[in-house]
Design a protein around this ligand. Structure first.
Ligand SMILES: [Zn+2]
Length: 357
């Protein structure tokens, strides 16, 4: 049953999300993207608001911040639209806002980054300040994004040696983000991306003047197969205590040594503080494991290489896209069941937490 909520393409995921939202009489809005999808389809960031619109508590679930990671987030949203849990939230006076495909271009074209090769979870910065320097990334960039694809054996050997040498460098680490290589991985951009502006306008419209806002952003590609790590990126003691009370002691504080997450600057949910001043905010990233780290990294290197070689042969481009999809989405029933089961528990805890706040 749970497998049925997973779609095979962005276009299918979007159609099913909009149909289910309309069936639930949700208030739907679409932010059209200027570019086209992989099948020539319209691209958009869609939102669906359920429950009492003027509720003083809002629960946000977002998907597809990292493009192709959206298969799982979209399935979680579709499952929630079909779940009595979302009705229970409304009965308790909680509004539910589903943000579908934060990065629709990457979702459709099977990229983690957006139309400008920007990693959206590095892009929500104060661009009047320089992005934190990342000497580790500087050192490894020429090896990560080779001139030829697939990479040569020599390149692979040098990269492997560099990764061993740099292992343990977490702050900043390879994936912490960088703003010097637009053709590289984890590129922060030099200004607010299209998705950044859309998300801020959505928060201004739906998030302001709420008493409490909870937000789960669904990701994949880090950690053990099928396990959902609840990553917590806020820093003050009061919010941390509340988050642990809601979500349990397995909540991982992103700055803690055991987290699968790198230390980063410019992650999306941090902007909720700026856009919703005076609102209590409790947010978490749900990060589901897929395949081993080395496979994910190889897929991302291919994605970056392809972004710099738009004239690549069609079969090579298709193989790279396929590898990105497989790095972030496991097409197996056991994995899909783990994704939705853990998400449901997380959503229930969030609704219970908001109810008591
Ligand atoms: Zn992600």
């Amino acid at each position: 049953m749970s497998a049925a909520f997973f779609s095979a393409t962005y276009a299918e995921a979007r159609r099913r999300f909009l149909e289910a939202a309309r069936e639930r009489a949700a208030a739907v809005e679409s932010h059209r993207h200027a570019r086209q999808g992989a099948e020539g389809e319209e691209l958009a960031l869609d939102t669906a608001l359920l429950g009492p619109a003027d509720a003083d508590r809002l629960f946000i679930v977002s998907s597809g911040t990292h493009g192709a990671e959206g298969f799982s987030g979209s399935a979680c949203q579709l499952a929630l639209l079909n779940d009595e849990l979302s009705r229970r939230a409304a009965e308790r006076g909680i509004a539910l806002l589903l943000i579908h495909a934060v990065n629709p271009f990457g979702f459709s074209h099977l990229k983690r980054t957006n139309e400008d090769n920007i990693d959206l979870n590095r892009n929500f910065n104060d661009f009047s300040q320089p992005y934190p320097a990342n000497p580790v990334y500087e050192e490894i960039h020429p090896l990560l994004v080779p001139s030829a694809w697939p990479p040569s054996e020599e390149n692979e050997a040098k990269l492997a040696a560099a990764m061993v040498r740099l292992a343990g460098q977490r702050s900043p680490g390879v994936s912490s983000g960088q703003d010097r290589h637009p053709d590289g991985l984890f590129y922060a951009g030099t200004g607010p991306s299209w998705s950044n502006r859309a998300i801020r306008s959505i928060l201004q419209r739906y998030g302001r003047n709420r008493r409490h806002l909870a937000w789960i952003d669904v990701h994949t590609g880090l950690g053990p197969y099928g396990h959902g790590e609840k990553i917590f990126g806020q820093h003050d003691a009061e919010t941390t205590a509340r988050a642990k009370a809601w979500w349990g002691q397995d909540l991982i504080v992103a700055t803690a040594a055991e987290s699968v997450s790198p230390r980063t600057a410019g992650y999306m949910m941090a902007c909720s503080r700026e856009e919703c001043p005076g609102t209590a905010i409790t947010h978490s990233t749900m990060e589901y494991g897929t395949v081993p780290n080395a496979e994910v990294r190889h897929a991302l290197r291919g994605e970056a290489w392809l972004a710099g070689h738009p004239d690549a042969p069609a079969d090579r481009a298709a193989a790279i896209r396929r590898a990105v999809r497989d790095a972030f989405f496991v097409d197996a029933d056991d994995w899909k069941g783990m994704i939705l089961g853990q998400f449901r528990a997380f959503a229930l805890q969030t609704i219970n937490g908001l109810s008591s706040s």
